[in-house]
Write a protein that binds this ligand. Sequence first.
Ligand code: NDP
Length: 262
Amino acid sequence: MQFAVVGNPIHHSLSPLLHNSAFQALGIRGFYGRYLLESNQAFLSLKSLHLKGANITVPYKEIAFQSCDEVFGIAQEIGAVNTIVFKQGKLLGYNTDALGFYQCVESLNPKNALIIGAGGSAKALACILKEKNIATTLINRSRERLENFARAGFHTATFESFSPKTAYEIVINTTPAGLTNDSLPMDSVILTSLLESAKFAFDLVYGRETPFLNLAKSLKIPRCDGKQMLINQAVLAFEIFMESQKILIDRAILRQSMQDAL
Ligand code: NDP
């Protein structure tokens, strides 16, 4: 029983570590690998890998959505799929990024949120926040990517045109700023004032303390990086994979094994 994560680049992905740890802890004979797919054309040959299921990462989540025979849950609204099950020659698509993120913040019971960035992950977060009736504003460096969000009814602004009308309880960085350098995603004076009035700061980047999280730390704002979201989306994907194989699993062992793996 084989599964894999596919994307480009893929060498850095922690998904094989998470899923293989779960197989081992649960005593299930399964293997989870990784494939570098270099083009949309290569992505379309995914079926020929004879996998039972796959996780999809950048830049193929949208084409994965378009390629699925059926798409379930919030993935329909997001228009992006990060989990695929292969069943009787059909591709069934799901999105576990959105709920994986929400599980990180739901105990805060927020009324509103500010998302910095307007890319693929921002779309997943905005959709689940909207579904949970949390008023969401998106701000971005460039205008183009904001247009779809504005059409969908979100408050949007470019960094230049942004003037905060309220305090945002959660401030979320969905840009890769700080992943490989020491830059903040936006102007430090405005970001400092946003964080000073926030209850929680969340950065999707994981594996390094970003300047965004360092700023939140210096202001003593509770914060979280993207590691827990990564684990949550993997737990949800693994459950979908096993359900498709009609294999019952112990959820507590699953979560613990992935938590311990990182
Ligand atoms: P996209 O490429 O789809 O979007 C990136 C967004 O960030 C765009 O809005 C872009 O703005 C903005 N941006 C890029 N660089 C900068 C910068 N230097 N300063 C300010 N804004 C910038 O990426 P994704 O949404 O797919 O992923 C974003 C990040 O989230 C990545 O670091 C990824 O690793 C992480 N991620 C983490 C997950 C987890 O489980 N923890 C899950 C998914 C993603 P513009 O439109 O102006 O170009």
